[in-house]
Design a protein around this ligand. Structure first.
Ligand SMILES: [Zn+2]
Length: 141
């Protein structure tokens, strides 16, 4: 079996296949639009240079340069990488928010709000469990 991620059709994986690929927390957030408890992600304190990728399909989503300390307890960014994420209106919980998901596997990542810092004024409030951090080569040495 030599199935690599490059050949996987992430948009059409079955629920059972996602269960195999993800741990329980990742599955709950990415596939069931869950939210991790604030302050629980080690990525809140990740300050190295590198790339934050999707925990579901490993597509690069955010560069460390766009990460900022929002004080919310969730990893926050002011801009995603080009074409990395999709957004849609989310009317659950009796309010309208903008849901953010990975453009490759459609895994739920978090929400985006309009109270972020410059230059975009946006705050991508992400679940750390939906991300995996890859330090840049220079930072890792
Ligand atoms: Zn993904």
């Amino acid at each position: 079996m030599t199935t690599t991620d490059a050949t996987v059709d992430f948009k059409h994986l079955s629920d059972a296949e996602w269960h195999k690929r993800l741990n329980a927390e990742q599955y709950y957030v990415l596939r069931k639009h869950g939210t991790e408890r604030a302050g629980t992600s080690p990525l809140n304190h990740e300050k190295r240079k590198g790339t934050f990728a999707c925990a579901g399909c490993d597509q690069p989503l955010f560069a460390s340069e766009t990460k900022f300390e929002s004080g919310t307890g969730w990893p926050s960014f002011y801009a995603p990488l080009p074409d990395a994420v999709g957004e849609k209106s989310d009317r659950s919980f009796f309010m309208t928010r903008t849901e953010v998901h990975c453009s490759r596997c459609e895994g739920h990542l978090g929400h985006v709000f309009n109270d972020g810092p410059r230059p975009t004024g946006l705050r991508y409030c992400m679940n750390g469990v939906a991300l995996q951090f890859h330090p840049s080569a220079a930072a890792a040495s």
